[in-house]
Design a protein around this ligand. Sequence first.
Ligand code: GDG
Length: 490
Amino acid sequence: PQDDVAAPTGHEFVVVSNRLPVDRVTDENGNVTWRTSPGGLVTAMEPVVRDLGCVWVGWPGSIDEHIEPFTVGGTELLPVSLDATEFAEYYEGFSNDTIWPLYHDVISPPGYHREWWDRYVSVNQRFADAAASVAAQGATVWVHDYQLQLVPGMLRELRPDLVIAFFLHIPWPSHGLFGQLPWRRKVLQGLLGADVIGFQRVADAANFRSAVRRFVGAPSNGNMIVLSERPATRGRKRLPARRVLAQEFPISIDAEAFAELAASESVRLRARQIREELGNPEKIILGVDRLDYTKGIRHRLKAFSELLRDGEVKAGDVTLVQVASPSRERVEAYQHLRDEIEVTVGRINGDYGTIAHSPVVYLHRGYPREEMAALYLAADVLAVTALRDGMNLVAKEYAACRSDEQGVLVLSEFAGAADELRRALLVNPHDIDGMKAAFMEALRMSETEQRQRMRAMRRVIFRADVARWSEDFLRSVEAAAEHRRQTGGD
Ligand code: GDG
């Protein structure tokens, strides 16, 4: 390590993500504790965290507050604080109003603002400094997602001894779209600080390598990007020639845990209750999404309302339950989307509902995991109609819960899950007629065909679960580290 960095006593394994995997809970006496948040990333990292005793660097979720490092369930957490301007410009601005729409194929126009970028750089530097301060000599640092794309490069400058890995949870766009980004080279160079860069789909990794060829001029050999030596210049030290693996590692879920939850008596009872409370419709179509313009909720509603209009489905016979969990509510595009969806739902229910039945049951809130599992069990059809989605875990969760091998998954080709779940009814959400046909096919599908399709999808998901995902990824990271040791990379 450089001598201007305090020799860290630190950890062999460091995880860095925008958000720490914990939520603060305050009890009635005002006592504050932290509870592990139930997200997929946390589950994915659990075995790693357990075996390697890691430290996790991230933002604790509050603004303008300094929180000392603390420990939850054996994991050390190192909070990185954000002030109100940083939250607005680094997080809501550059991360969620520039990178998010750009990487999801410009479904909503990205904002390009220089002050957002400046803040993205300074906050990324803070995360990199924090990670560098707790990583042991030669440690592995695993950086997650689009909010922190500059961290690998910054870490390499600070600590060339580290093994650096990065995983992108969202898509990587074609170079034509990526090329819009005024800071495209800097973002690529930031990412190329890593030894291994993981993507959801084959196409994402290929798009990334093509952007690197075009905008950085570095060739690749298969999945391996070849970087030439960077000679020392004033202020910057020499970086040796190296290789960067850019490959797909499709993320997954803890399938066994979902299956167990869905098998519990209380969840099964709740699933029956849900059907009853809806007035025992013949068929339930379910949508579960963060309220996000990438998820194709409007397109789904359009197809469903046309089926009602055409008399193909009737209120009372078929109910669409749409759970839309609140998301990024201060970002303008999300406020517009919410208004549009709520107007559309009101219109559909006004036009086609009866006193007894609303065709769309719209729920703008989050639910406990048990309720989600009960909804999955109650649903005859799960509609995933994303216009772009890195993977879409909801699709996998649905199949994992269906040990009865019933239920039909209607799945967008534009979700990463479509690469693996080939026996879903694949749809192009822009093709409303195609989507209507798929919904009708799903509603009419025989039990035998449902069973064949569901069985095939479950096989894929139970084989390639999240433990397998992190093992595969970390095996590649270890191989990269080994290669570096053998070739004498500094
Ligand atoms: C990003 C990428 C990629 C949702 N509402 C509730 C709830 N959820 C849970 C779901 C699922 C998760 O949130 C959502 O994951 P998705 O994969 O569907 O989508 P994103 O949030 O956009 O995630 C995505 C993922 O990262 C992982 O790499 O697959 O493409 O965009 O687990 O079940 N959970 C509970 N209540 C809710 O109301 N308990």
